[in-house]
Design a protein around this ligand. Structure first.
Ligand code: CUA
Length: 156
């Protein structure tokens, strides 16, 4: 009778552990499910960048009115595309990612300056009021070709 009670306690204990396990699993799945929609918009597999929209078609895309979208891929050592053109007054929404290491994205003379982290889609919006040729430079040391890494935005 005594042994039987002990078995019962162990059975209850085992059942309780199973419940705890399922709850933890459920919370994990729920948290993962909650995290997916946001991370989907802000992350990209670095090895699949060139086949993932919008980076499968890098460059300038007209959104509406004076709003443009610029999708760029940073790599050692350059940006794709290496030249873009927008009209003066254009508000450009930059989406930039890297296929390899951390790069920079700085437009001297403007407030645009951010890190391009592989696996992430880095966003910034900027309105180009003044016509001219804007140089985009990498300001994060990324290797031997770092100082030759740039792209150009022509505003006219
Ligand atoms: Cu890319 Cu420095």
């Amino acid at each position: 009778m005594h042994i039987h009670r002990l078995e019962k306690i162990w059975l209850m204990f085992g059942f309780a552990m199973l419940v705890v396990f399922l709850v933890v699993l459920g919370i994990g799945a729920y948290a993962f499910g909650m995290g997916t929609p946001t991370s989907h918009h802000h992350s990209v597999d670095p090895s699949k960048v060139t086949e993932t929209a919008p980076f499968d078609q890098p460059g300038i895309r007209h959104v509406e009115g004076s709003v443009y979208e610029a999708n760029l891929i940073a790599y050692a050592f350059g940006y794709n595309p290496d030249k873009m053109e927008v009209p003066a007054g254009a508000t450009v929404r930059f989406n930039v990612t890297s296929t390899d290491v951390v790069h920079g994205f700085q437009i001297p003379g403007t407030i645009v300056n951010f890190m391009v982290v592989p696996g992430e889609i880095n966003h910034v919006e900027y309105t180009f009021d003044e016509p001219g040729e804007y140089l985009v430079l990498c300001n994060e040391y990324c290797g031997i070709g770092h100082e030759y890494m740039y792209t150009t935005i022509v505003v006219n």
